[in-house]
Design a protein around this ligand. Structure first.
Ligand code: 13P
Length: 241
């Protein structure tokens, strides 16, 4: 099974979403394909996207680390489950770096999602500085261990390896780096006796998708910029069928 998940981030208006879904109509998605498409859309459009559910997984980009209550502006895991979402991204590097989300926050968010049996896509990844200082593996190891601490590891989860230096730069990590790093993540997960799918994210586009998606241990892609365009998004997945 391969996952092709778009992360729209803070993009698109309702009109642009109508254009996007119209754009999808010209494609035939193979039945019984082993490719699962999904979209993580801004909260305000989540309910409107439920029409696509059944064909696409629909998910949120973030969740509160708190349960319900006096947390103005927050959205709880209970609410996400209540509107029937399929998954939620947690720990995206933009949340970690622009909104100071700590490993402990990420861990709490995962706990909240598990309370409602919501599938998390846990993002991990090193910064350029950490990459250049050869700290990638220690950073990832710490991110994984702290995120999973105290969770029910038997519940489903997806891990997305997104090197921060490859996000939105137009320059993905090389196949060699992706192969080496995802093999390391797989070993870390095996040591915890879990076997979660591992996605790669960071400047995936129709031109590099086939190479990336055929790397051993890569079970799919988490796509930012290219997922905003229905043609590019579908083309990325179509190299698998
Ligand atoms: P880009 O595909 O735009 O590099 O973004 C990747 C990403 O952050 C997906 O979560």
């Amino acid at each position: 099974m391969k996952y092709i998940i778009g992360n729209w981030k803070m993009n698109k208006t309702a009109g642009e979403i109508v254009e996007f879904t119209r754009g999808l109509k010209k494609y035939k998605f193979p039945k019984n394909s082993n490719v699962i498409f999904g979209l993580a859309v801004p909260y305000v459009y989540l309910l409107g996207m439920s029409k696509l559910q059944g064909h696409f997984l629909i998910g949120a980009q973030n969740v509160s680390s708190h349960e319900n209550g006096a947390y103005t502006g927050e959205i709880s895991a209970e609410m996400l489950a209540d509107v029937g979402l399929d998954f939620c991204i947690v720990g995206h590097s933009e949340r970690r770096h622009l909104f100071n989300e700590s490993n402990a926050d990420v861990n709490n968010k995962l706990k909240r999602l598990q309370e409602y049996d919501m599938l998390p896509i846990l993002c991990i990844g090193e910064t350029l500085e950490e990459f250049e200082a050869n700290k990638t593996k220690s950073v990832l190891s710490e991110q994984i261990k702290s995120a999973l601490d105290g969770l029910d590891l038997k519940k489903e989860m997806i891990i997305a390896y997104e090197p921060v230096w490859a996000i939105g730069t137009g320059k993905s990590a090389s196949a060699e780096i992706i192969k080496d790093t995802t093999a390391f993540i797989k070993d870390e997960l095996n040591a915890l006796k879990v076997d979660y799918p591992i996605l790669y994210g960071g400047s995936v586009n129709p031109a590099n998708a086939s190479e990336i998606l055929h790397i051993e241990n890569v079970d799919g892609a988490l796509i930012g910029g290219a997922s905003l365009d229905s043609d590019k998004f579908v083309q990325i997945g179509s190299c698998l069928y």
